[in-house]
Design a protein around this ligand. Structure first.
Ligand code: GLN
Length: 199
């Protein structure tokens, strides 16, 4: 399984280190060609406005849309979650619109704008450690979107089919739970694709 990581700016190296710890192959993605052959894609944190502009200029926005339509698994953290949302506010911004949710940028307020907290998760019985860095709030999660973890009464980790988004940074902790879950989505998508290629 090969996981592409959008490597424009932001903390893409921390995602690569965590995925490699879990035995996955990783590849830095800066062009549509580099996305080909990947089974999963990570959109890391950083600055969503800059990232969106880069995706458009390089033709990657269209390539990612096609990748998602073909069942490729995508995980967006923080700025990456903003890129995946169908609606972005505070301020309003365009996006890839691959996950039905409304996000408010930089919305957690000063006290937890950047902080390490923990909250309940459906992925394990213990609380999940979450590192917030000027993260967005998920104000609305659409029908069919599963909330896998929450903080302060708001969804912090959500998933629909093979698309997942976190408003925090799981790659900056020692806890591999969230990345393991993403790899299970990638594996499910890869076996489906193999099945449809055979039939
Ligand atoms: N505040 C950034 C944005 O709005 C996201 C911050 C992050 O990815 N850590 O794009």
């Amino acid at each position: 399984m090969k996981i592409g990581i959008l490597a424009v700016q932001g903390d893409f190296e921390a995602h690569a280190a965590m995925l490699e710890r879990l035995g996955a192959e990783t590849a830095e993605v800066r062009t549509p060609a580099q996305l080909e052959g990947c089974d999963g894609l990570i959109l890391p944190g950083g600055e969503s406005t800059t990232q969106l502009q880069f995706l458009r200029e390089e033709g990657l926005a269209d390539a990612i849309e096609k990748f998602a339509k073909q069942g490729g698994a995508i995980f967006g953290t923080c700025a990456g979650a903003i890129l995946l949302a169908t609606e972005v506010q505070n301020p309003k911004q365009d996006s890839l619109k691959l996950l039905d949710m409304t996000v408010l940028r930089n919305a957690y307020g000063r006290q937890i704008a950047s902080d390490v907290v923990s909250g309940p998760t459906k992925l394990k019985s213990e609380p999940l450690e979450m590192v917030f860095i000027r993260g967005p709030i998920i104000e609305r999660a659409g029908p069919g979107v599963r909330v896998l973890a929450e903080y302060a009464g708001k969804p912090a980790l959500v998933q629909r089919d093979q698309i997942m988004a976190a408003t925090f940074h799981p790659e900056l902790t020692d806890d591999t739970t969230v990345h393991e879950h993403f790899l299970s989505l990638v594996a499910a998508g890869a076996s489906q694709a193999a099945g449809s290629a055979k039939s």
